[in-house]
Design a protein around this ligand. Structure first.
Ligand SMILES: [Zn+2]
Ligand SMILES: [Zn+2]
Length: 141
């Protein structure tokens, strides 16, 4: 059984379909803070399981990664690390998050000191040792 999620940007000119999304993680790294003003919520999808329609503006935000934004309205939609076989989808652009759990917080070592994490979910200084796709992998074992 494969779950399909759909989503779109603020103006609707970029839309996507994703199969087998991983659960959602919050990332508190400095890069996410620069891109959004706060931290992000994102789910991962294998490249071949993501189908994008519309013009995405891919910006190189580091030597290792780029971020994907709607060319028209600027919505931050995707994050892609060249070394990973998954693309992160920003959860705010999903039409719904049916079947997805929120697993925890990553890169809390870089989080801003002007907010507290109070939801009781696990927190990791950088990536969790088991990776961020563990739950999804378990589902399909
Ligand atoms: Zn747009
Ligand atoms: Zn981040």
């Amino acid at each position: 059984m494969s779950a399909v999620h759909t989503g779109q940007c603020h103006c609707g000119s970029v839309s996507f379909t994703a199969n087998n999304l991983s659960d959602i993680w919050y990332c508190h790294c400095k890069q996410c803070q620069h891109l959004t003003g706060l931290y992000i919520a994102a789910a991962g999808v294998k490249r071949e399981d993501l189908n994008i329609k519309g013009d995405v503006n891919w910006l190189p935000i580091s030597e290792k990664s780029n971020s994907g934004h709607c060319k028209n309205c600027g919505s931050y939609m995707f994050w892609n690390a060249h070394d990973f076989d998954t693309i992160s989808i920003l959860a705010g652009n999903l039409d719904n998050t049916d079947g997805l759990d929120v697993k925890g917080h990553i890169f809390v070592a870089e989080k801003g000191d002007y907010y507290e994490i109070t939801d009781g979910l696990p927190q990791y200084e950088s990536y969790p040792p088991q990776g961020t796709r563990q739950t999804e992998d378990h589902k399909h074992n």
